[in-house]
Design a protein around this ligand. Structure first.
Ligand code: NAP
Ligand code: ZN
Length: 349
């Protein structure tokens, strides 16, 4: 076993604290990565608080992992020692169902194994531990190559916030001629803005935070609407082809559906623990609208997204933090006060 250090929650709702534990040895198809940076996703906060389901504890959160390869297994083809590599939200999948064969591991028919908060039933029945740690061992097929021409720390959030917003935009073929709204300007939201702009859409940010208006233009958005401003909202009624919904808390779907035009698509990527509630089914029927969902993305598409970012010089806007300040970062994140992704400098572990 490999000695590893991390910040972990020993029980639900507990403060993260230093924890020494063991990673599996590097197998024939594994790479070991020295973690240099790890992004802080709202899902980390949700899972240590058991907001979705009873979690696996001790829990080491973190699924926006970038670093250098320090060891490779005998049969590894994709990586050599010294390469930059990343690990996102996926640790493993069955590998043989149709979706895995199609490169859609995140939709594995037998159940995908997330990077943390899971038991890896396909390998050793041991818990998976995430990236708030100094090192990780990953099957090479679940690791991606990080382009050398991007700022490394700002690349970490691409591994979740990036792929989770890139994937639905590609799936629903968002591009020139489309009017798209990004609902919620946080980690996922600001990446959705950058990708949608790069793909040629006309992008509006729908936000509850007036003070974020100043950043809209910098992020490339064409319009910014505060959702409590009735007059501004009236002007965008029935105007969007797509809404990319990144909101992490309960919100009013009837209201947001009214902003879609005929055949408009409301893409839910946020995970409100309360679920979603549509009171007026007519909002869907009158206008032939759809509410759809999307999970992070497969490994091949994650690599495609990183290559797209390298070509278009896209990274996240980040605030770097020391590991010990993770709880003040969580507190700010819970209040929607992130510009626009916290990234942990893992040398401070
Ligand atoms: P985040 O950085 O905290 O951003 C969420 C944003 O939502 C906030 O900045 C805020 O933006 C807005 N918001 C918060 N509370 C709101 C409310 N009550 N009403 C309206 N808007 C509100 O979170 P994130 O890391 O981007 O994650 C967003 C959500 O996606 C989380 O639920 C997370 O668990 C989920 N997620 C899903 C996947 C997936 O695979 N589908 C992957 C990663 C994350 P404004 O200030 O602009 O209003
Ligand atoms: Zn995430």
């Amino acid at each position: 076993m490999i000695k590893a250090k991390a910040y972990a929650a020993q029980n639900p709702n507990e403060t993260l604290a230093p924890w020494d534990f063991a990673r599996r040895d590097v197998g024939n198809h594994d790479v070991q990565i020295e973690i240099l940076y790890c992004g802080v996703c709202h899902s980390d906060l949700a899972q240590i608080n058991n907001e979705w389901f009873p979690g696996v504890f001790p829990m080491v959160p973190g699924h926006e992992i970038v670093g250098r390869v320090t060891k490779v297994g005998d049969h590894v083809k994709k990586f050599k020692v010294g390469d930059l590599a990343g690990v996102g939200t996926l640790a493993n999948s069955c590998g043989h169902c149709q979706h895995c064969e199609d490169g859609l591991e995140v939709y594995c028919e037998n159940g995908v194994i997330p990077t943390y908060n899971a038991i890896d039933k396909y390998r050793d029945n041991l818990p998976t531990y995430g990236g708030y740690s100094n090192t990780i061992v990953s099957d090479e097929s679940f690791a991606v190559s990080i382009p050398e021409n991007l700022d490394l720390a700002a690349t970490a959030p691409l591994l979740c916030a990036g792929i989770t917003t890139y994937s639905p935009l590609k799936h629903w073929k968002v591009g020139k001629g489309h009017k798209l709204a990004v609902l919620g300007l946080g980690g996922l939201g600001h990446m959705a803005v950058k990708f949608a702009v790069a793909l040629g859409a006309e992008v509006t940010i729908l936000s509850t935070s007036p003070h974020k208006a100043a950043d809209a233009e910098k992020l490339g958005a064409h319009h910014f609407v505060v959702t409590s401003d009735a007059e501004a909202v009236e002007k965008v009624k029935a105007s969007f082809d797509f809404i990319v919904d990144t909101v992490s808390a309960e919100h009013d779907f009837d209201f947001y559906l009214s902003l879609l035009k005929l055949d408009g698509i409301h893409i839910v990527v946020g995970i409100p623990p309360e679920g979603i509630l549509l009171k007026n089914v007519g909002m869907l029927q009158l206008g032939r609208k759809s509410i759809v969902g999307s999970a992070s993305g497969g490994i091949a598409e994650t690599q495609e997204m990183l290559d797209f970012c390298a070509e278009h010089q896209i990274v996240a806007d980040i605030e770097m933090i020391e590991m010990k300040n993770i709880h003040s970062a969580f507190d700010r994140m819970a209040k929607g006060d992130v510009k626009y992704r916290f990234v942990i400098d893992m040398s401070t572990l």
